[in-house]
Design a protein around this ligand. Structure first.
Ligand SMILES: [Zn+2]
Ligand SMILES: [Zn+2]
Length: 492
């Protein structure tokens, strides 16, 4: 991205001030429904309909001395814009917002006080873990669209704010990763145009997009050349997380199961013990003299900036294999098929995700995790309502009138249920403790049996006579008679 290198350099010498609330300032500007372009309340859409309102706010913060301004894109992911029916315009809105902020920052930048643009990402109201209201891929796609828009519009860095849980953050980083991969070539070209230096040396992009996502260190390394948090380097790299989709039967989800799954993952090469060196023999890296870091000079609009970066010959280790290990071609890791036993706890439901710690790819600082996403097949007769199991049982008109005992299937075998005489249709009987255990507390739900009384649609002559005889009997008519009497008393 544009001024990432210069931002990092300045961070070394002083504290930077970011702007304040965007929403409050927009409220104070009091835009009309017309300003909102027919989408009242959609602050992000103002970037398209009323860019000057947004620009004025940025300028006010810059005027007050802010070093960093955030784009007006906090709720500009498709999933949030969907509330307004504007989801298809997410990328456009993000690009427009980034361009407005970019122009304002450039207008206020001086040689001694450059101003920066942070691409504001998130939040999302959806969560993968907590409510399973969105899938991992859905959210990653949302962040991909948003980050593409922001990078295209010219932000200096991205500010990802996702609520709820770690998996949401991973979805965010996956989306950003893809955006970089898609935009990598173009951006490298524009870096070249601007700074007259080849993209490879440009720290914001040294890898031209990430490969997979391997934990935070990786992502931050790729963004910031590995040094933003003081010496964080590729030495600390965890292996990548893996995802596996598993289909379960209704009963397997209800009672839990142990499943063997076969995974192809990266493991340490045994021949070189993960070093990548033949016989484990290492030599000092000549590119950095064993320091693991190199000094780079970058030409920027604000002058030539010297920057310490991770040595890319030895990836920060300070030493390199004397001779590459032949088994793994010097990678230190190789693909390995392996059986992993996953224990599915009782009570999981469709859309749940399980984390199996340490079963992801091997890395220099430990293994990544395995995420198992569960899909539960529907049952032929049972339906699930949380921890309760619902069963619908049709009985005949005469069975309902006379009562009966029937064998009812439950998840734990048949049980006799007594249906009293005079049972009405749609009544629900509760069989306590015959449901599904709660995955967290273990407390077991109930089986709910819903009775549907089938009224006969065709009657034999004999049946008809019996029913007519019943209808003539006084006691059977009493409720009706009672009702009509009351009705007459009121209105006659
Ligand atoms: Zn090896
Ligand atoms: Zn080196």
């Amino acid at each position: 991205m544009k001024n990432t290198a210069s931002l990092l350099d300045i961070l070394d010498s002083r504290i930077l001030i970011a702007d304040g609330a965007m929403g409050t300032m927009i409220q104070r500007a009091n835009p009309s429904d017309r300003d909102f372009g027919g989408y009242p309340g959609c602050n992000e859409y103002l970037c398209v309909t009323k860019p000057d309102i947004v620009a004025n706010i940025h300028s006010a913060y810059l005027d007050a001395g802010a070093d960093i301004i955030e784009t007006n894109t906090f709720g500009a992911t498709p999933v949030v814009l969907e509330e307004y029916g504007l989801e298809a315009r997410s990328e456009e809105i993000n690009t427009a917002a980034a361009k407005i902020a970019r122009k304002c920052a450039n207008d206020f930048s001086t040689g001694s006080k450059p101003r920066f643009v942070a691409g504001s990402m998130g939040p999302t109201t959806k969560s993968i873990f907590v409510t399973a209201s969105a899938t991992f891929d859905d959210l990653a796609e949302n962040y991909l669209i948003q980050s593409k828009g922001l990078i295209t519009g010219g932000v200096d860095f991205l500010l990802l704010e996702t609520a709820h849980d770690m998996l949401n953050i991973k979805a965010g980083l996956t989306g950003i990763n893809e955006a970089f991969a898609m935009l990598g070539d173009e951006t490298r070209r524009s870096n070249y145009d601007r700074f007259g230096t080849a993209g490879e040396d440009f720290q914001g992009f040294q890898n031209g997009g990430f490969e997979g996502f391997g934990g935070f260190e990786d992502i931050f390394d790729s963004f910031f050349g590995g040094d933003i948090f003081g010496g964080r380097s590729k030495r600390n790299r965890r292996g990548a997380d893996l995802k596996y989709e598993m289909e379960l039967d209704f009963e397997e989800a209800a009672f839990g199961i142990k499943q063997d799954i076969e995974l192809t993952r990266l493991v340490d090469c045994e021949d070189c013990k993960g070093t990548g060196a033949d016989n484990g023999k290492m030599a000092t890296c000549t590119a950095c003299n064993g320091k693991g870091k190199k000094k780079n000079s970058i030409r920027t609009p604000f002058g030539i900036i010297a920057q310490m970066t991770t040595c890319n010959s030895c990836r920060g280790h300070g030493n390199i294999p004397e001779k590459e290990c032949r088994t793994c071609s010097g990678q230190g890791r190789k693909k390995h098929k392996r059986k992993v036993t996953v224990k599915i706890p009782a009570g999981v439901d469709n859309g749940s995700t399980l984390r199996v710690s340490g079963e992801g790819d091997a890395g220099e600082a430990g293994n990544g995790d395995l995420y198992v996403e569960l899909f539960v097949k529907p049952h032929k007769v049972f339906e699930r309502e949380g921890n309760h199991v619902l069963l619908t049982v049709p009985i005949s008109f005469s069975q309902a009138a006379l009562g009966l005992e029937i064998d009812i299937p439950t998840l734990k075998g048949d049980t006799t249920l007594k249906i009293p005489a005079g049972t009405q249709s749609h009544i629900i009987f509760r069989m306590r403790g015959k449901g599904i255990p709660d995955v967290h507390t273990g407390s077991v739900g109930d089986q709910l049996v819903k009775i549907i009384v089938r009224t006969p649609t065709s009657l034999s002559k004999k049946h008809k006579e019996i029913l007519e005889e019943l209808a003539e009997k006084k006691e059977n008519m009493e409720p009706e008679k009672d009702f009509f009497t009351k009705f007459k008393e009121k209105f006659v």
